[in-house]
Design a protein around this ligand. Sequence first.
Ligand code: ATP
Length: 426
Amino acid sequence: MNKMETIVSLAKRRGFIYPGSEIYGGLAGTWDYGPLGVLLKNNIKKSWRKKFILAREDIFGLDSSILLNSKVWGASGHLKNFSDKLVECKKCHKRFRTDRLDSKVCPGCGGGLTGEKQFNTMFKTFIGASEDSASQIYLRPETAQGMFVNFKNIVDSFHPKLPFGIAQIGKAFRNEITPGDFIFRTREFEQMEIEYFIRAQEWEKWFEYWSKQMREWIMEIGVSVQNIFEREVEEGDRAHYSKRTIDIDYNFPFGKEELCGLAYRTDFDLKAHGLDYYDEETKENFIPHVIEPTFGIERIILALLCDDYNEDEMNGERRTVLRLKPEIAPIKAAVFPLLKNKPELVKKAREVYETIKKRIQPIIFDDNGNIGKRYRRQDEIGTPWCVTVDFQTLDDNTATVRDRDTGKQERVDIKEILAYFQERLN
Ligand code: ATP
C-alpha cells in the first residue's frame, strides 16, 4: 500500500472517514465522517474560530444559508464565470479538466478528445413545488457570498469601524469534473472563510498581514512548515473577482496542491450587490475592498493525517502512530485497568475515568486485550496519553501516565491528574 492507501484504510478502519453511500456502491466525491472524524473536524473548527473570531474584536461570526436567491449568483458573476474548462473523450465519454490534463488523448482509454467546453460547477436544484426555470436555485459553491449579502446587517447591528471582518464555517458544493485523491477534491466540502473589509489604499498591507496569519494558524494546528509552499497564482488562473491570489500549497503524497488560499477580491462583490459603507469620521460613503483568507477543512484534515502519520518502533514492536497535537486529537486520554479480571483494579480505573471525564472530554475506558495492544490502539488514533491503574494505585493513589510520542511513563497522583492534563492541553 502506498501512503495515501494506508491513510484511507486507517481512516475507515478506525472510524474517521467512510466512503459516502458505500453500501449502494458509493457516490463519487462524497465522504462520511465517523465518530473520530467528527471530533477531529470539530477540533479544527474550534481552533480556527478561537484564533480568528473569539480572540479578536474585529471579526464577526456568521452562519448563512446554503440556499440563496439566484440573483446573488447572477450579481457575483458565478452564473457566468464559475466554470472549469473541460474536454470529453470521444470514445469512453469521460470528462477531464483541461488545466489538469497532461496528455492530448484520454488518459483512461487513449481515445481522441473533443474541443474545450465551459462547464459551470454549481449544483442546480429547485425550490418549491414547481420545477421550472423560475424556481431553479443553486447550492452555494463558496460561503463568501452569504457574508457579502449580510454586510449591511452586520454594519447595522454592530457599527464596526474599518477594517473589520465577517467569518463563517459552512458547507460548499461544487460539481467537480474529476473528484479524487480521497478527501482532497470532493463535491461537498466545508470552508472556513473570512471576508476582511478594508480601505482600498491599504490592501497590500492587509494582504501581507493575512498571509502571515494563515501560515501562523496552519502551523499552530500542527502542519509542519517544511511541507508548506506559497505560490503566486497567475492572472489567467485567478478567479474572476481576484486581483491578486496566493495559494498555500501542501506537499501531499500525490504532489504539491492547494491547501488554502488568499485573495484580494477588491470591491468586486460589494459593488456587484450595490452595498456600501458610511464612514462616521469622514462622513463619506464608499465601497470597502476585501481581503479573503479561505481554508477547506477536508484539505486541512488530509494534510494533518499525512503529516502526523508515522510508523516506528517502540520497545521492540512496530507501531502506527498519529502524532496529532493534543488540542486537535479526537480523544484526549484513555484509562485502563492493568488487568481486566481484577475487580478492585477495574473499579479504581472506572473512578479515575469518571474523575477525568468531568473536565476533559472525550476520553476512553478500555480493558480489552493486553496493555501493549491497548497502547497500540490509542497510538493509531492519536490519543496523547494513556493512564493505567495498577496494584500500586491501590496503595498510594498514583497511576502511570504514558506519553504517546516518547512512550515514557510517569506516576502521577490521581488528585493531580486533572491538573496534569489541563496544563498540557493549553
Ligand atoms: P482547486 O484549484 O483545487 O480546484 P480552487 O482554487 O477552486 O481549488 P477555492 O475556490 O480557492 O479553490 O476554494 C477555497 C478553498 O476551498 C480551497 O483552498 C480548498 O481548501 C477548498 N476547496 C475548494 N474546492 C474543493 C473541493 N472540491 N474539495 C475539497 N476542498 C475544496
